[in-house]
Write a protein that binds this ligand. Structure first.
Ligand SMILES: Nc1ncnc2c1ncn2[C@@H]1O[C@H](COP(=O)(O)OP(=O)(O)OP(=O)(O)O)[C@@H](O)[C@H]1O
Ligand SMILES: [Mg+2]
Length: 236
């Protein structure tokens, strides 16, 4: 039982962005996916969730179920949520309405009130903001809202694309702490981050994408001490 990406080749039209990459996210684990700008991190998440990127080979198994032939909404129904880079909230809808959109799929619909109660405990700031338009939230609140919307579908696995982008250091720490709590709930998190140090602190395992392939893989502690990672990403 895991999210298993096996020999995935993916890209856009004729352009191959990922060649034969493999990685695994266990339930309750935080796995970091790192790499320079343009390395294919977002493309990896897009291929897994069925948005935009075309899968050209390999497989994506969610608890042994093949996802690559399913539509994006069928993948949500199978237990996958994707919080995209840039958040993509509906700016002119209220926070409550944005969250309700996350529970639109049958999977999250029945338990939506219980899920919302949990999420408002997890993100107490959002409770005060429920009637407010999402576009008027602070950057940190928007990120919280985007993560909460993803969780409204009751996923088994959560794909997070650059959740700390553009946030102040104290807010970054809050977002990271929340991701830890989400994983403790048994949800497997695939975390794409530019904030490599923070990601390696939180994650148990990490992969580094380079030239369309997984160049480095290991425990987060190993990678934090790896000279190649320290030179390329930490400026050390
Ligand atoms: N919709 C698209 N159509 C064609 N090519 C794309 C598309 N989106 C991304 N690419 C290309 O795929 C490659 C990988 O992009 P991707 O967005 O996956 O990188 P990334 O690792 O997420 O980078 P960043 O850190 O800047 O977010 C880049 O060369 C990019 O130009
Ligand atoms: Mg990206």
């Amino acid at each position: 039982m895991s999210l298993v990406v096996k020999n995935l080749t993916a890209g856009y039209g004729d352009v191959v962005v990922l060649r034969d990459i493999s990685f695994t996210v266990a339930p309750g684990a935080v796995v970091a996916l790192l790499g320079a700008n343009g390395a294919g991190k977002t493309t990896s998440l897009n291929a897994i969730s069925g948005l935009m990127a075309d899968v050209k080979g390999g497989s994506i198994l969610l608890d042994d179920r093949e996802l690559s032939t399913l539509s994006a909404h069928e993948r949500v129904e199978a237990g996958l949520a994707h919080v995209p880079q840039g958040r993509h909230l509906f700016p002119f809808m209220s926070v409550r309405e944005n969250l309700e959109m996350g529970a639109y799929a049958p999977r999250g619909h029945a338990q939506r009130q219980d899920t919302l109660d949990w999420l408002l405990q997890l993100f107490p700031k959002l409770r005060e903001r429920l009637p407010q338009m999402a576009g008027s939230l602070s950057g940190g609140e928007q990120q919280m809202c985007a993560i909460a919307r993803g969780l409204m579908s009751q996923p088994k696995y959560l794909l997070l694309d650059e959740p700390s982008l553009g946030l102040a250091p104290i807010v970054v720490r809050q977002v990271m702490a929340v991701i830890g709590v989400i994983a403790q709930r048994g949800i497997g998190v695939l975390l794409v981050e530019q904030n490599v140090m923070q990601a390696l602190k939180l994650a148990q395992h990490a992969y580094v994408l380079e030239l369309a392939q997984i160049a480095i893989e290991g425990s987060a502690a190993e990678l934090a001490g790896d000279d190649r990672v320290r030179k390329a990403y930490l400026g050390l």
